[in-house]
Design a protein around this ligand. Structure first.
Ligand SMILES: [Zn+2]
Length: 201
């Protein structure tokens, strides 16, 4: 699935400034408000637009950051990554091709870095790790590269794997959901049903 020129222009506009109103965006990309609103909703559904955040400067906040590379057996990388997924100190976490996991972590003070390192020592799957303090941030850019003819890589809403064949689409609550297989679609629908029938407290 390819993004069209309007999609690309919208992404470019809102990546530069996510605080623009729908009207301002539509003026910039020269399309109607309903069209822009529809396109943005679609790209949110596809997971291309993950959210809208304020970019804060950790250095100005006096926080300390480290870059950490962990070496482990490739089969252990996912489970190690899961331990850190919800850790608020871990700002970025990447699984690399060479049996390594790469993290960028930020802390309020150096004692907390030591505590973190102590925790690493208790994880048996970690073969070795390398940690460096970041002395100065020269460039830190979470922006995507927006170029013509970008293709969407859809993620299955159920198993979170990349969808390689034609996606199975389900409309629910006026949203589109995409799945890699009928089995995943059914699993998701059952979960939604459960959620709906749960008593409201
Ligand atoms: Zn799936």
């Amino acid at each position: 699935m390819e993004l069209d020129e309007l999609d690309i222009n919208i992404l470019r506009t809102i990546q530069d400034n996510s605080r623009l109103s729908l009207r301002q965006i539509s003026e910039k990309v020269k399309a109607s408000v309903p069209t822009v609103s529809h396109k943005i909703a679609d790209m949110e559904d596809f997971g291309v637009i993950r959210g809208y955040q304020t970019v804060l400067d950790t250095e100005r906040l006096g926080e300390l950051s480290v870059i950490l590379t962990i070496k482990a057996r490739p089969s252990d990388l996912n489970s190690i990554a899961e331990r850190f997924r919800n850790d608020e100190n871990v700002r970025m976490l990447f699984i690399l091709s060479n049996g390594r996991l790469h993290m960028i972590c930020t802390f309020g003070n150096s004692h907390l870095i030591n505590d973190f390192v102590r925790r690493l020592g208790k994880i048996p799957e970690i073969i070795e790790y390398d940690i460096s303090n970041i002395i100065h941030v020269v460039k830190e850019n979470q922006r995507a590269l927006i170029i013509p003819n970008l293709n969407l890589v859809l993620q299955c809403q159920s198993c979170k794997k990349e969808i390689r064949d034609n996606p199975v689409r389900i409309k629910s609550d006026r949203r589109d959901y995409y799945f890699c297989s009928n089995a995943c679609a059914i699993a998701f629908q059952e979960k939604m049903e459960e959620f709906r029938t749960e008593p409201q407290s």
